[in-house]
Ligand binder design. Structure first.
Ligand SMILES: *Cc1c(COP(=O)(O)O)cnc(C)c1O
Length: 362
């Protein structure tokens, strides 16, 4: 098998070492004679897997003791519904910062469940996407049950590094595509959630960190399997959790810890992103339309000078073992998703290919 680098935005590549370990113990997990997929979620063996994963995640993100860590169903979008249903009543208002497709999706879904107000939205200034800084004033802090934003817009390649200032209002972040990519101060957030399939594990799983003070804000009508308090009370086992995804997430957390933790991967992520953005900026061929302050370190979007070249670029990339570079249909062009699992050599191989392609077609 020749080397393939998979730049898919999600479900994304997982660390090779993790896939190898999962393969090695696929049929016989820890001498049980069966897969970890085939045992009860209530068995002492699986509970040990689940607790270790939670503990490792707490260590990696330095999660304060007064936060619940939940492993649930429904991915990122499941939380678009779960957040309003858990944090506010129907008559209440919540504030939204929209910086791209995913935060707009969360805003739209929340409108079904409460009074959702869009306060700030990204815009294009001199051909570059920027996101205005948001700071809630006193009156707004009285009015809103929470403030929602998306820390990394996977589609547009827009990342917000400077936190919105919510004051006394709980800050809620969709970190589906950048959780564990860099150090964060969890105590600044009311809720952090992530669909797993970008930086954690297989799709379907949702990881939620929630401040215990918010656990009693949900509605009586909130579906029990999405109810944070109910999930916390039951150790995320009110219904059968996605056990295999949880196990794989645990292997990824272990891999991260063994690779030096979040600080080490953050450094590597910065290196990878620098390499790719430099390649784009130093050419007259490729273009990126995001203001440097908001460029995503996880999803690097770029355009060729002429969209007619896109299919040739993709075909040649594929021949060189560089797969899934096609941009999202909303944005067009190319997108290289370079999550934690993508090694530096994968990005270096991509930039060499890009330079070569630009020389031939520029
Ligand atoms: C992928 C993604 C989602 C949606 O996740 P699903 O598991 O498909 O529901 C939500 N938000 C962000 C930022 C994403 O990247």
């Amino acid at each position: 098998m020749s080397t393939t680098y998979n730049f898919c935005a999600g479900p994304a590549m997982l660390p090779t070492a993790v896939m190898q370990q999962a393969q090695a113990e696929f049929l016989d997990w820890h001498g049980l004679g069966c897969s970890v997929m085939e045992i009860s979620h209530r068995s002492k063996e699986f509970i040990a897997v689940a607790e270790q994963a939670e503990q490792d995640l707490r260590t990696l993100l330095n999660v304060p003791k007064d936060y619940a860590v939940l492993f649930g169903h429904g991915g990122g979008r499941g939380q678009f519904s779960a957040v309003p249903l858990n944090l506010a009543q129907q008559h209440e208002s919540a504030a939204f910062l929209t910086s791209g497709s995913w935060s707009a999706g969360a805003y739209q879904e929340a409108q079904k469940y409460l009074n959702a107000i869009e306060l700030v939205t990204s815009s294009s200034v001199n051909g570059q996407v920027t996101v205005p800084h948001l700071s809630l004033d006193k009156e707004q802090q009285q009015r809103f049950a929470y403030l929602h934003y998306c820390a990394n817009e996977t589609v547009e390649g827009v990342e917000i590094n400077c936190l919105p200032e919510a004051g006394s209002v709980p800050l809620v972040a969709d970190m589906s595509s950048n959780i564990l990519s860099k150090n964060i101060d969890v105590s600044k957030f009311g809720v952090i959630y992530a669909g797993a399939q970008k930086n954690i594990g297989p799709s379907g799983l949702a990881v939620v960190l929630v401040n215990n003070d918010l656990l009693d804000k949900g509605r009586d009508s909130t579906p029990s399997f999405l109810n944070y308090q109910n999930m916390a009370k039951n150790g995320s086992m009110y219904n059968t959790p996605p056990t295999y995804a949880w196990y794989l997430a645990g292997l990824v957390f272990r891999w991260l810890l063994n690779s030096g933790g979040v600080a080490a991967i953050e450094q590597q992520n910065q290196q990878k992103a620098n390499l790719l953005y430099q390649c784009i900026d130093q050419s007259d061929f490729y273009r990126n339309h995001v203001h440097p302050d908001f460029r995503s370190r996880m999803n690097v979007v770029f355009h060729l000078p002429n969209p007619d070249l896109d299919s040739l670029f993709l075909a040649e990339a594929e021949k060189n073992g560089l797969r899934a570079l096609k941009g999202h249909r909303i944005v067009g062009g190319m997108r290289a998703s370079i999550y934690n699992a993508m090694p530096l050599i994968g990005v270096a191989t991509l930039t060499e290919f890009m330079q070569e392609f630009a020389r031939k077609h520029g």
